[in-house]
Unconditional design. Structure first.
Length: 129
């Protein structure tokens, strides 16, 4: 896989790539949106804590598929308010801190999720060549 960050574009705003290119793929893993909810149904306060839990859940799904975060091509994230962007981005940047290839990323503001305490949801696409 390789990052595609054309010099004719403004560099990405944070730790992500404009695009990620992969060759032939032997396995593709589409990870449903993960909410910041623990197995005991507890939900931490704040966007940063919820995003960290979402990303930890994504790591667990990747591991169950014999993949790691190095296989992630793309992250799509949703927050319920512009005020939650910084918390999400801090968690995402910490999660991606040791990645040499940064995934493509989209962040959208939405009106809400299934339960009012949820403020972040993150989905991922991973591939293995």
């Amino acid at each position: 896989m390789q990052a595609v960050n054309p010099p004719a574009l403004r560099p990405p705003f944070a730790r992500y790539s404009h695009a990620v290119l992969t060759g032939p793929v032997s396995r593709l893993l589409a990870i449903s949106g993960q909410l910041g909810v623990a197995p005991d149904d507890s939900v931490p306060e704040g966007a940063a804590a919820q995003a960290a839990l979402c990303l930890a859940n994504i790591d667990r799904i990747l591991a169950a598929a014999a993949m790691t975060r190095t296989n992630v091509l793309r992250l799509n994230a949703y927050v319920t308010d512009r005020a939650h962007m910084a918390g999400y981005m801090a968690a995402r940047d910490a999660w991606a801190a040791e990645l040499s290839l940064l995934p493509a990323s989209t962040l959208m503001i939405v009106t809400g999720f299934t339960r009012p305490e949820f403020v972040v949801e993150i989905e991922a696409l991973a591939a293995e060549a």
